[in-house]
Design a binder for this molecule. Structure first.
Ligand code: KIV
Ligand code: ZN
Length: 398
């Protein structure tokens, strides 16, 4: 009995996925998405309430504003790890260490590009020089902080043997988390999973560190790739609220968390995120960045729990599981929404009338329903006031 319980706990520990939020770092890199210090402090509080494990609060050397945000967030956040980003040079790493030094649990995240195209054109360095920088930068960061993440920027376009050598060097120099980003959103899920399997199987010391995904959405595959990375052995996912980030964005936090939660029957992984805070976080990020959330956005879009067709509304009124795979309240939405429009059926119309306080006889109901259909053909949105007016009309003329 005891053995079974401890096996379950060990398994649960193995299957736990760390959620690393980068809304305030990579997310803020979306053109036009900059956030003020006060907004970042408020967002950090929301993320902490949501039980996000790691908050990447900024890139301290990028500006005094970023430094100050990371510094102040480090002072107020007590539960989540607070992380700052740094390139591989000592000035970046020192500035980051300074920004997180008051954090209860701080992390330095340092990175360098490892792909041929980045090394040749961006860094203008030879691979051996990059390898040397990996050892030097991670070692330097590790002297300043016990929690060091190293990222191989553009890992998915990196020559595999070189990637293995870099990861090995980073682990030897003291990295505790190894991130293999799909920086340009280029990978397929099967390739991304295979890369993690290969690295984890073939790099000495891989079992001592946590592997992380970081996926961009250039081909719309960021969430699928992140989950594939976890299937390949990663146990941290980097993501952003509403999927904001460079170009087409990062993997969306809310989609990842709910995909792992809803499909717990298929995959054993779980996160610590308290999902009822998701809608609040999404609305706050949309308000402060000015980036609207598309209506049909999974999980947090205005239409994510809205039903218009008569067939769907009828199903929903009988049992919500007919057309909903999660409850709106699980993500902090109040309730499902039966939208009255030209596709709505008689069943939903009768329920809507009940909500509005009308109990009509069969003839009046038929008359009102016909008027509603005529109106819905002409009008995109039929509001409660429209329905009240047409029912009153129907009653007056019957
Ligand atoms: O996309 C990327 O590779 C990054 C790194 C800095 C982690 O954002
Ligand atoms: Zn990125």
């Amino acid at each position: 009995m005891t053995a079974d319980v401890s096996k379950t706990a060990a398994q649960a520990e193995r299957d736990r996925v760390i959620i690393f939020d980068t809304t305030m770092r990579d997310g803020e890199q979306s053109p036009g998405a900059s956030m003020s210090l006060e907004e970042k402090l408020e967002l950090a509080k929301i993320l902490e309430d949501m039980r996000v494990d790691v908050i990447e609060a900024g890139f301290p050397i990028a500006s005094n504003g970023d430094f100050e945000a990371v510094r102040q967030i480090s002072e107020v956040v007590t539960e989540s790890v607070v992380c700052g980003l740094a390139r591989a040079g000592a000035p970046d790493i020192d500035r980051c260490a300074e920004a997180i030094k008051r954090a209860k649990r701080g992390r330095i995240h340092t990175f360098i590009s490892t792909s041929p195209v980045h090394m040749k054109w961006k860094l203008q360095m030879e691979p051996e020089q990059v390898l040397e920088m990996v050892t030097r930068s991670v070692g330097h960061a590790r002297n300043l902080c016990g929690d060091v993440e190293w990222s191989a920027e553009d890992a998915t376009r990196t020559e595999r043997d070189f990637l293995l050598r870099c990861v090995e060097a980073a682990i030897k120099a003291g990295a505790t988390t190894i991130n293999l980003p799909d920086t340009v959103g280029y990978s397929y899920p099967s390739e991304y999973a295979e890369m993690f399997r290969d690295v984890i199987e073939n790099v000495p010391g891989a079992d001592k560190v946590v592997f992380s995904t970081h996926c961009h959405n250039d081909l719309g595959l960021a969430v699928a790739n992140s989950i594939a990375g976890v299937q390949g052995g990663a146990r941290q996912i980097e993501c952003a609220v509403n999927g904001i980030g460079e170009r087409a964005g990062n993997a969306a936090l809310e989609e990842i968390v709910m995909a792992l939660k809803v499909r717990g029957d298929k995959l054993p992984f779980h996160t610590a995120v308290e999902t009822q805070h998701i809608t609040r976080a999404s609305r706050y990020v949309s308000a402060i960045t000015g980036f609207p959330v598309q209506f049909n956005k999974a999980i947090v879009g205005k239409n994510a729990f809205a039903h218009e067709s008569g067939i769907h509304q009828d199903g929903m009124l009988k049992n919500a599981e007919t057309y909903e795979i999660m409850k709106p309240e699980d993500v902090g939405q109040v309730e499902s929404n039966l939208v009255m429009g030209k596709h709505s059926g008689r069943h939903a119309f009768r329920e809507k009338l009940k909500d509005l306080g009308y109990e009509l006889g069969q003839n009046a109901l038929n008359e009102a329903f016909q008027r509603f259909k005529d109106l819905a053909d002409k009008k995109k949105h039929v509001f409660d006031d429209d329905i009240i007016a047409l029912v009153d009309d129907a009653l007056a003329s019957s």
